[in-house]
Design a protein around this ligand. Structure first.
Ligand SMILES: [Fe+2]
Length: 296
């Protein structure tokens, strides 16, 4: 496994940070971190100081996606290949690095209307991670914060960033008809043992938002069920109820956030290995379940 990168954190810009924060903590079971020096609210799902940060703004979308290089050599190598792939990098200043809780940061404009950051040294929090709601904790060790899924109308620029720039490997892909005549193709990419750290979904039209969902993964299967129960009790809208993904093998559900994008809580995503020989087409998103659940 050519393991050089892990999903470090995602930044979300939303009109109602309080409502999103309540979902992240009271339903998903993330733990609030310290407020960042730029005023962002931070959320933890492991021993690091932040894995999600939330800022107030009109975008209601992902604003920052950051991957962490595993060491100096990986940082330099990935930075060089990003530049070579046509993604010019700007060195973040000290103030930005402190706001993100990292030792070093470079950034570039991604094809997804959000800032892509390559970082190193995401700080370890002063207190160990402990969630009263997710007793078993989240799976992040060596595989990063979770995964994200981005909506696009073409794969070309995304693959220039992910494959050429970041050196990721495609895990597999799904081609399916989601509505009469509307084709969906989703490609999944890995940069460590997690089946995918990012998925890119191609739709025939621009939805005006980039983030379809982000996922966090529990260590204990029951913690997905407990999170589902909390969302149910809270009267939240489920984009997709409990189900099992066909390609990645994860048991999960999707709740609709107040900002419109979805949050997935999952368990049991399969691991990939090198050399990877599982890159094949799947024709369904789910082996079973993931049905929309009407609430009214
Ligand atoms: Fe997902």
């Amino acid at each position: 496994m050519n393991h050089q990168l892990e999903l470090a954190y995602i930044g979300l810009e939303v009109t109602d940070p309080g409502a999103l924060g309540a979902l992240l903590t009271d339903v998903v079971g993330l733990v609030p971190g310290e407020t960042a020096t730029d005023g962002s609210a931070t959320f933890r799902n492991d021993g690091r100081t932040r894995r999600v940060f939330v800022q107030e703004g009109s975008r209601d979308d992902c604003s920052v996606l950051a991957f962490e290089a595993v060491d100096d050599e990986a940082f330099e190598k990935v930075a060089a290949s990003l530049e070579a792939a046509g993604f010019p990098l700007t060195e973040g200043d000290r103030e930005e690095a402190v706001a993100r809780g990292v030792d070093r940061l470079v950034h570039t404009e991604s094809p997804w209307r959000l800032r892509f950051e390559l970082v190193q040294g995401l700080a370890v929090a002063e207190t160990p991670f402990s969630s009263n709601l997710v007793k078993g904790g989240f799976q992040t060790d060596g595989v990063g914060a979770g995964h994200t899924a981005i909506a696009v109308t073409s794969f070309e620029d995304s693959e220039r960033l992910l494959l050429d720039g970041l050196g990721m490997v495609q895990s597999d892909w799904i081609e399916t008809e989601i509505m009469d005549g509307i084709e969906l193709e989703v490609r999944f990419y890995h940069c460590n043992e997690r089946h995918h750290s990012i998925a890119v979904a191609k739709l025939p039209l621009d939805l005006g938002k980039s983030l379809h969902h982000f996922q966090v993964e529990t260590n204990d299967r029951d913690d997905v069920g407990f999170a589902f129960d909390r969302a149910w009790s809270g009267g939240l809208e489920f984009a997709n109820g409990l189900g099992l993904h066909d390609n990645e093998g994860a048991f999960s559900f999707y709740v609709t956030s107040p900002a419109g994008f979805l949050v997935e809580v999952g368990y049991g995503t399969k691991k990939v290995y090198a050399p990877w020989d599982g890159n094949r087409r799947y024709d369904s998103i789910s082996r079973w379940g993931h049905q929309p659940i009407p609430r009214s």
